[in-house]
Design a protein. Structure first.
Length: 266
């Protein structure tokens, strides 16, 4: 498992960054700001950024700046700020390539049952973060984790990101967090993706960012090990998932509240 610095006993860790790497300058600015905040609050931090977005509603949606270019940005963030980095992979062939640049390989929720993808990721030796499918029960995630472990890698994390509710909404069942924790792996709550409103008739995913604080507070109160938040300087112009992102200048206030909640329940 990756080593997370600045972790007072019982504190949660944070995975945060833009949805997709839009460019080096933007990624470095976001990373620098989040590092300052998390160091001050003593929250272990992992920089998150997809080098490519494969799961898009429309063919004309932005997917990335180029695989190698984006992966090198992630590597620069890690080397510059000394924080671990995480990115999504979408096929078994991508695992080895991405593993050269990042510390954590993330399995997208829609792909969490793909055996060849999980096994290829496991064989890199990196920590594997498996996002729970919107269609799966929490207890069913045991089998996804088992595939990684049985392939020789015990470095597993699981992420709750909401469950499909009707055609265009998601809900978070907070019972799933302690249920998945019984497997013995860290469990993360993906706050911003849990507030997506997919399958909009416009072909662009909607969201409810006004509820980010509500979802995050509840997760920390339940005892989640980590919080996942996509953030951007200006979500209105973000090239992916802007409708459910947290504006960067709101992050410090939110994390301060979450630290107080975690301290209160220790």
């Amino acid at each position: 498992m990756i080593e997370l610095k600045n972790n007072p006993a019982g504190n949660f860790f944070l995975l945060a960054g833009p949805c997709v790497i839009e460019g080096e300058e933007m990624a470095m600015r976001i990373a620098e700001q989040v590092v300052k905040i998390t160091e001050a609050l003593q929250i272990p931090y992992v920089f998150k950024g997809s080098y490519r977005k494969a799961n898009r509603s429309r063919l004309d949606s932005f997917t990335g700046i180029g695989d190698e270019k984006a992966l090198k940005v992630l590597q620069k963030v890690r080397d510059t700020f000394g924080v671990p980095t995480v990115t999504d992979i979408h096929s078994a062939e991508e695992a080895e390539m991405a593993a050269e640049y990042v510390d954590i390989l993330q399995i997208p929720a829609f792909l969490c049952r793909q055996t060849d993808l999980l096994v290829a990721a496991a064989k890199t030796g990196k920590t594997i973060n498996i996002k729970k499918g919107q269609f799966l029960s929490p207890l069913a995630m045991q089998f996804a984790a088992d595939k990684v472990v049985e392939a020789g890698n015990k470095n597993v994390m699981l992420t709750e990101r909401g469950t499909t509710f009707g055609y265009q909404d998601l809900v978070v069942d907070y019972r799933g967090i302690p249920e998945m924790q019984t497997f013995g792996y860290p469990v993360i709550l993906d706050v911003t993706h849990s507030l997506q409103q997919p399958n909009q008739t416009s072909g662009v995913t909607g969201g409810m960012p006004q509820l980010i604080e509500t979802i995050a507070k509840a997760g920390v109160a339940v005892g989640v090990d980590g919080i996942f938040i996509e953030t951007h300087e200006n979500p209105a112009v973000a090239k992916s998932d802007g409708a459910n992102m947290l504006k960067l200048d709101l992050l410090e206030g939110l994390l301060t509240k979450l630290v107080r909640i975690r301290e209160a329940i220790k």
